[in-house]
Design a protein around this ligand. Structure first.
Ligand code: CA
Length: 239
């Protein structure tokens, strides 16, 4: 598995390259945002580890550029621990983040979780093309699902409301697809974090609320996702 490490700090980069190489990964390193954008295209890594504070560009802009052309999983390495940046990073299309200083073991656990997820998504996509994507509980949800005026195509990851396509980020789609597995049923914030992010997510549950708010806006009616006070959320066709 190939990892693109984008980090300008030499001491951090050298120890990460050594550690990841020892752990069996092939590592390509970029020290600037411009180099990262170039190397991502040239080397097609399986995962990108992206530092936010780069000398020439904001890491979030690098994330935006990469996400604009590729579905490569991106883990942000951030020294900023305030939630605003984390939520914004996730909304820009990053798949996960770790806050510096992080332990090497934690980072490798995140990389593995993400790689597993991407692999499972690939399998689900392939299964969805034939007879519906499998769900965590083993029941089959059809690749194309219609809920009132809402249409969700898991195979192509496209969403339509009354025939109009709605552009969702990867996380917004995953969140909607999760709630749509059982329309009307309540999912707790923890369930959502575990299913839509991953089981090793340590972030604030408020992240879910931020994504729900963005998703409601895009679906054009806040009643699509009902908040169940003190419990979680459910998907409901607006009356
Ligand atoms: Ca830096």
């Amino acid at each position: 598995m190939k990892i693109l490490l984008v980090e300008d700090d030499n001491s951090i980069a050298v120890s990460l390259v050594d550690g990841l190489t020892d752990a069996g990964y092939e590592v390509v390193r970029a020290a600037t945002g411009a180099a990262a954008i170039e190397l991502e295209a040239a080397t097609t890594p399986d995962v990108v580890l992206l530092d936010l504070g780069l000398p020439d560009m904001d890491g979030r802009d690098v994330c935006r550029v990469l996400r604009g052309r590729s579905r490569v999983p991106i883990i942000m390495l951030t020294a900023r621990s305030d939630e605003f940046d984390r939520v914004l990073g996730l909304e820009l299309g990053a798949d996960d983040y770790v806050t510096k200083p992080f332990s090497f073991r934690e980072l490798v656990a995140r990389i593995r979780a993400l790689a597993r997820r991407v692999e499972l998504d690939g399998l689900a996509d392939a299964a969805g093309a034939v007879d519906g994507a499998g769900t965590a509980d083993g029941s089959a949800v059809p690749a194309g699902q219609q809920i009132g005026p809402l249409e969700i195509d898991r195979r192509t990851r496209r969403v339509f409301v009354s025939g109009e396509e709605v552009q969702l980020t990867a996380k917004e789609f995953d969140l909607l697809a999760h709630l749509a597995r059982d329309p009307g049923a309540v999912s707790t914030r923890t369930e959502i974090l575990e299913n839509v992010w991953d089981a090793h997510w340590y972030g604030p549950t408020k992240t879910v609320d931020a994504h729900v708010a963005a998703l409601r806006k895009k679906l054009g009616d806040h009643r699509w996702i009902e908040a169940v006070r003190g419990v979680g959320f459910r998907l409901e066709v607006p009356a």
